[in-house]
Design a protein around this ligand. Structure first.
Ligand code: GLU
Length: 480
């Protein structure tokens, strides 16, 4: 029993996910025992392996957790960070299950992690460590095109995925589908156009969809469209950078604040994201970034007045102690678990609308799914259709031009139309189309519950309801 006089403790990430799950299942009518079956992680494998580096043997600890195998392969990134532990990997694996279910990506949920500071090692050392980690996981089928397919996450990217794919291929020389053992690979190593930007792109599509519904916008005490909305972004890594770039350059939103490791920058006129990113890469900090004001106290900028807060770095950055001070009426979760369960309650009570991680950042796994399908079909998307589509469009354009001329109608197609209309969709266009459709459809399903069941009250709980319902349905279909 907890002492009633003690201040409530912040739950761990794992407990936060469990608390949110428990809140959602209260609104469901699951058969006895199924709730527990869905909630628990099926298995977590811990490996400790040694690699001889710099004249000594260094021991590394890694994890791969499988949360739910209701569909296979199971899917989820591999993270390289010093904070990696079993609790975190299991929470992230659970989120992957719900994320995939919500966006109808036919995978179970998994996640991996290696406790390492990737900045402390040279590239060739990281390669040896990654190849060894791959061997340890692959020999237990924890990397496998049909069973368990990793992807990038914090601290990893295309480079690590290429090493993983190559190491796996060397262990499985006759597997024609070996390339599908991991996603997020570079294009030259079996990757897909648009994967690097996918999570940021998904966030953009998610916000566009949200702003298509005036009633939803009103619930966040906002009005109008995305144009001119003032956004604070936390983290200028892959996710935060791409989301901020697309939202400012394509939707007319203003990125007024960017919070990074050592402080934050601010500009009322809107930060030029590309310049800030270049500055960060060149100097290692946002300090003195031209055209912006630097604040040492990055955490305070999270609480600044703005329309939208987009946390895109670590988990738990909005917690019990700062939640009440967050002024943004709308939060969209680019990271996994940036809002703790305790903070979620405070935000709910004060009417902040939170577009939850399992929906908002699902762009990454969605495009991973497309990459996996591409690898299994051994052909680039659009390769067969593109020119046929162009030829068909050309027929129509020619017919219109002929009609206009024959009948003396004097029609001229508007400038640019012909070019645009005649261009058949290549892989990038198809990936974007598939991602946009996925984000719209998933939002609709979440929103329906949010509106139809007033007792549910928030988008996160609605997302859990949809996701858990689908996982339960799949167990039922299996006769469990
Ligand atoms: N690590 C990303 C996530 O958390 C991507 C996972 C994937 O593509 O499998 O969603």
């Amino acid at each position: 029993m907890k002492d009633a006089a003690m201040p409530p403790q912040e739950p761990s990430f794992r407990e936060s996910v469990d608390l949110m799950f428990t809140r959602a299942v209260r609104f469901m009518d699951l058969p006895p025992g199924l709730e527990e079956k869905i909630r628990v992680c099926n298995a977590t494998y811990t490996v400790r392996f040694g690699v001889r580096l710099r004249g000594a043997i260094h021991t590394f600890t890694g994890y791969r957790s499988v949360h739910s195998e209701h569909l296979e392969p199971v899917k989820g990134g591999i993270r390289y960070a010093m904070a990696v532990d079993q609790d975190e990997v299991e929470a992230l694996a659970a989120l992957m299950t719900y994320k995939c279910a919500l966006v109808e990506v036919p995978f179970g949920g998994s996640k991996g992690g290696l406790r390492i500071d990737p900045r402390a090692w040279d590239e060739h050392e990281l390669e040896r460590i990654t190849r060894r980690f791959t061997y340890e996981l692959a020999k237990r089928d924890l990397i496998h095109p049909a069973q368990n397919v990793p992807a990038p996450d914090m601290g990893t990217g295309e480079r690590e995925m290429a090493w993983i794919a190559d190491a796996y291929r060397r262990m499985n020389t006759t597997d024609i589908n070996a390339n599908a053992c991991v996603t997020g690979k570079p294009l030259s190593a079996g990757g897909i156009h648009g994967r690097v930007e996918a999570t940021g792109r998904g966030l953009q599509y998610a916000l566009r969809e949200f702003f298509r519904h005036p009633e939803d916008v009103e619930r966040a005490r906002l009005a109008g469209g995305l144009e001119g909305k003032r956004i604070v972004v936390q983290g200028l890594g892959n996710v935060g950078y791409h989301a901020a770039k697309f939202l400012s350059e394509e939707d007319g939103a203003l990125i007024v604040g960017i919070v990074e490791r050592d402080g934050a920058i601010w500009s009322d006129e809107g930060i030029r994201v590309e310049e800030a990113k270049q500055w960060l890469m060149r100097t290692g900090s946002l300090r003195d970034c031209p055209g912006t004001k630097f604040h040492e106290e990055g955490a305070a900028v999270l609480e600044a007045e703005c329309d939208i807060l987009l946390p895109a770095a670590l988990e738990g950055v909005v917690h019990r102690d700062n939640a009440a001070r967050i002024r943004a009426p709308l939060i969209i979760e680019g990271a996994n678990g940036p809002v703790t369960a305790g903070a979620d309650e405070i935000l709910r009570d004060k009417g902040t609308v939170v577009i939850p991680d399992m929906y908002a950042n699902a762009g990454g796994v969605t495009v991973s799914y497309f990459e996996w399908v591409k690898n299994l079909s051994h052909i680039r998307f659009g390769r067969m259709q593109r020119r046929a589509e162009e030829a068909e469009h050309l027929l129509l354009v020619r017919e219109l031009e002929r009609l206009s001329e024959d009948r003396g109608l004097g029609w001229t197609l508007s400038p640019g139309f012909k070019d645009q209309y005649l261009r058949g969709a290549g892989e990038l266009e198809l990936v974007r189309s598939g991602l946009d459709d996925t984000m719209r459809t998933a939002y609709q399903s979440m929103r329906e519950v949010w509106h139809d069941k007033p007792e549910v009250g928030d988008l996160r709980t609605a997302a859990y309801l949809v996701a858990i319902g689908r996982v339960a349905e799949s167990y039922r279909a299996k006769g469990l």
